[in-house]
Design a protein around this ligand. Structure first.
Ligand code: C5P
Length: 318
């Protein structure tokens, strides 16, 4: 095999609870993860030139109208208007990219004779709480495992992946799962009940460490019912899922990034049965009763400029 193309899916969190802060700075979490049908693509090619060559392109279209979106985001100073920067400078095609780090990790360990060329096509919103970078990282571990014939099992890839990011083990798995520990302890769940989702990302990007920095884990007054959510999924009960949507990171993100709260309210007003921020945000998703109401809501969110990228999509199990 000389060439391979893989899709790297984004995720949303149906539930995200934080239990404590560990001495290493990471938080003990309990999360319900769900892949959605929004994906980046990675093309891997063996090369006679040793080492890694990474290129990337952005395809930030929306599914509702196919219009190209120009993406801007903020740096880690939310107060600063000066912080508006081009997101392509956050996701660079160099050694800072998780794709490069994943390829480097396997190539340092297994020292293949050939090199690899990787082309990354980005569609998943960046710095958005959708694990786009972690998913690209997971796809790279899978891709190089196949391309170089390394023969690593899923567990062996996950052991290496967690060194690069807490969500990488889940991204290697995909589908519906309970994630505990820092995100690496996984329990596979049955597929969540079918539904129509609007996934909307405002024009700002939020770095994950910043939201965790703002989180006051020991002062949380409410915790989402993660095990009730798990039971609702196991029972195929969409209403049970909708009533248990909850993410404690909203307490850290919404006061600092009000657009997240505005987007949630707008989605509710536009007919969503349940709305939640995904991961560390600022992406918000809404569960809608049908495709036509979801499409109408998505158009409205774009028109009001509450969101720069909007998708009408659904859960999927890759
Ligand atoms: O592991 P990853 O690089 O994706 O995590 C990004 C940041 O998110 C960490 O540096 C940490 O600040 C925060 N984090 C956390 N607890 C977790 C996962 C991430 O505090 N379980």
């Amino acid at each position: 095999m000389n060439k391979l193309t893989l899709k790297a899916y984004g995720k949303i969190n149906l539930g995200l609870d934080a239990l404590s802060k560990r001495p290493d700075g990471y938080h003990e979490l309990s999360m319900i993860m769900q892949t959605v049908d929004i994906y980046d693509e990675l093309v891997f090619k063996l090369s006679d030139k040793p080492g890694i060559r990474l290129t990337e392109e952005f395809r930030f279209d929306t599914e509702i109208d196919g219009e190209e979106g120009r993406m801007v985001g903020t740096s880690d100073d939310p107060e600063s208007d000066e912080a508006q920067i081009d997101l392509s400078t956050i996701v660079r095609a160099d050694h800072t990219n998780l794709v490069w780090k994943a390829a480097n990790l396997l190539m340092e360990e297994f020292k293949p004779e050939k090199g690899v060329r990787i082309h990354l096509i980005k569609r998943i919103p960046v710095a958005a709480g959708m694990a786009g970078g972690s998913s690209d990282c997971a796809a790279t571990l899978k891709g190089l495992n196949q391309l170089f014939g390394l023969g690593l099992s899923l567990e062996e890839l996950q052991e290496r992946g967690v060194k690069l990011g807490a969500d990488v083990p889940y991204c290697l798995l995909g589908g519906t799962a309970l994630a505990e520990g820092i995100g690496e302890k996984l329990t596979v769940l049955p597929d969540m009940p079918e539904c129509v989702l609007v996934v909307a990302k405002p024009s700002i990007g939020i770095p994950t460490p910043l939201v965790f920095k703002y989180l006051k884990v020991y002062e949380l007054e409410e915790h989402p019912d993660i095990y009730g959510m798990k039971a609702a999924i196991e029972a195929g009960d969409l209403n049970g899922v909708i009533h248990r949507l909850g993410n404690v990171l909203e307490t850290a993100a919404i006061p600092n990034f009000p657009v997240v709260g505005e987007l949630k309210q707008a989605m509710r007003d536009l007919g969503a049965q349940g709305v939640l921020m995904s991961g560390s945000g600022p992406t918000v998703f809404g569960i809608f009763p049908d495709k036509s109401s979801a499409q109408a809501a998505a158009k409205e969110l774009k028109m009001r400029e509450l969101a720069a990228q909007v998708f009408v999509t659904g859960p999927c199990t890759p």
